[in-house]
Ligand binder design. Structure first.
Ligand code: UD1
Ligand code: CA
Length: 477
């Protein structure tokens, strides 16, 4: 679209309330396949290169989803036309070109539809081009009345006569406007209707009444207008999104044992030959290399994973994982972690904001936080990095080829040198030089026969022993 010289803007109407959805904040923040509906719409607009974006919102809670967009507040929900009026401050300095208006609660709008509609808008020289869709159940939507290749009117559901009610081509709620024509039409729309609202469809009617050209682009995507007003509709959007994600990955050579409990977000990339096992959920910007086995029961959010990894019954978020890494079961990799190639991380291990070097093994029951671990290290069972002293988090460093014995505590900030050892049960509070053994435990002494009295009491309490206790080395009768 670089060929078009004039300015393109996009206004996203997102001031819907979450009442019927029983959402606590803005409705547009309800998630479809793990991604806020507003983000779906913003991403579609960005993919279409529509220039600058403005989100009309009722609350500040949209700020993070609308990052990089100008936000205009609509404090009172007075209709779709009023919502666009709230974006006047954004549109007036950019009135040269065309403006795309989208609904923040219709997540399946897509690049092909937006660009196809703009092409028609340009070709026909329209002041407004409505994006329509052909649907089986048009109830609730505005109906499209065509005259030749132009748009004659949009008739809202409640105003339809019997013949109009039958029309299955509906207004998706998305439009391209000549920005100047939109701003002028907004000046004259009124709220003299039963609801007392300002309707954006009245702006379309005003443009048509002025004798300016109005067109209609019918989207091939049957889901462009679908939104969610209640939880059941949100589930339907989720099902559609997930089904289409699974189909996309099937075509790319991804294997699914069965799709039970599998949820895949729209921005997930999976390499050929990956297997996604049941109850696996992949959200955000996950990029998974070829031949990985994910699941059963794995949850990945915004992770980059290399080739040939196994991630079984584990969770990883905002982290980067190399190739041929084995993770799980029951591993939690928290944000900011960097796991190199051929690492093995076994059951009940938590890793947070840490890097683990190539070929290292952390097999069981271990916490590693705020640490930089070298290559080819071995962590025994039950190692704990004590990274937080109640006030500050500090970093720990472990060199290459280090061997951290079972039940070692590493009290940060501390460093263990290359090829150093820590004896099992050691609390490491001072740096360990390369090649040294840190031995930090009390020397053991055994008190012979100490247990006999205790055992006698226990047996009495239980009302007798099932077999002779002499074998315990005591002098019991
Ligand atoms: C609108 C259209 C209808 C179309 C339908 C498609 C009008 C008058 N009618 O109807 O022809 O078929 O969309 O879904 O425009 N919003 C605001 N502020 C408001 C009101 C709405 O931001 O004051 C936002 C909503 O969050 C939503 C979008 O605008 O994203 C559409 O609003 P909605 O109330 O769903 O419009 P409909 O009455 O369904
Ligand atoms: Ca709607």
């Amino acid at each position: 679209m670089g060929a078009y010289a004039s300015q393109l803007n996009c206004v996203i109407l997102a001031a819907g309330e979450g009442k019927r959805m029983h959402a606590s904040g803005s409705k547009v923040l309800c998630k479809v396949a793990g991604k806020e509906m507003l983000r779906w719409v913003i991403d579609a607009a960005r993919a279409s290169q529509v220039g600058e974006l403005c989100v009309v919102a009722s609350g500040k809670d949209v700020e993070s989803a609308a990052e990089g967009c100008e936000i205009c507040e609509q404090t009172k929900r007075l209709g779709t036309g009023h919502a666009v009026m709230c974006a006047r401050g954004f549109l007036e300095p950019r009135a040269q070109g065309d403006t795309l208006v989208l609904c923040g609660d219709a997540p399946f709008i897509d690049r092909d539809t937006i660009c196809g509609a703009l092409d028609l808008h340009r070709l026909q020289g329209n002041a407004v081009t409505v994006i329509s869709a052909e649907v089986e159940k048009p109830a609730g939507y505005g109906r499209i009345i065509r005259r030749g290749d132009s748009l004659a009117a949009i008739v809202e559901d409640r105003d339809c006569n019997d013949a109009e009610a039958e029309i299955q081509e509906i207004n998706s709620g998305a439009y391209w406007f000549k920005t100047r024509a939109l701003l002028e039409a907004l000046e004259s729309i009124k709220n003299n209707n039963a609801q007392g609202e300002y309707y954006l469809t009245d702006a379309v009617a005003i443009i048509i009444a002025k004798g300016l050209r109005a067109g209609c682009f019918r989207a091939e995507n049957e889901f462009v207008a679908l939104g969610a007003n209640r939880p059941s509709e949100l589930l339907r959007l989720n099902e559609i999104a997930n089904r289409s994600a699974i189909e996309r990955h099937l075509e790319n050579g991804v294997h699914f044992v069965c799709a039970d409990g599998v949820v895949i977000g729209p921005d997930v990339e999976l390499g050929a030959g990956c297997t996604v096992e049941p109850n696996t959920q992949l959200y955000g910007r996950c990029k998974i290399g070829e031949g990985c086995v994910l699941g059963p029961g794995t949850l990945l959010t915004d992770c980059e994973v290399g080739e040939g990894c196994l991630i079984n019954a584990s969770q990883c978020a905002q982290s980067k994982i190399g190739s041929r890494v084995r993770i799980g079961p029951y591993v939690n990799i928290r944000p900011g972690s960097l796991i190199a190639d051929e690492v093995k991380i076994g059951d009940f291990v938590e890793i947070k904001n840490s890097s683990i070097g190539r070929g290292s093994s952390i097999a069981h029951l271990t916490y590693i936080g705020d640490s930089d671990v070298g290559s080819f290290c071995n962590f025994g069972c039950g190692v704990v990095v004590v990274n937080y002293d109640g006030e500050e988090k500090r970093r720990t460093t472990v060199g290459d080829y280090a061997f951290i014995g079972c039940n070692t505590n590493l009290i940060a900030p501390v460093s263990v040198g290359d090829a150093a050892y820590t004896a099992a049960g050691t609390t490491v509070a001072q740096d360990v030089p390369a090649g040294a053994l840190a031995l930090g435990r009390v020397k053991q002494r055994n008190i012979e026969g100490w247990a006999a009295k205790k055992l006698q009491k226990y047996i009495e309490k239980k009302g007798g022993a099932p077999y002779a206790p002499q074998q315990f080395g005591g002098n019991l009768k």
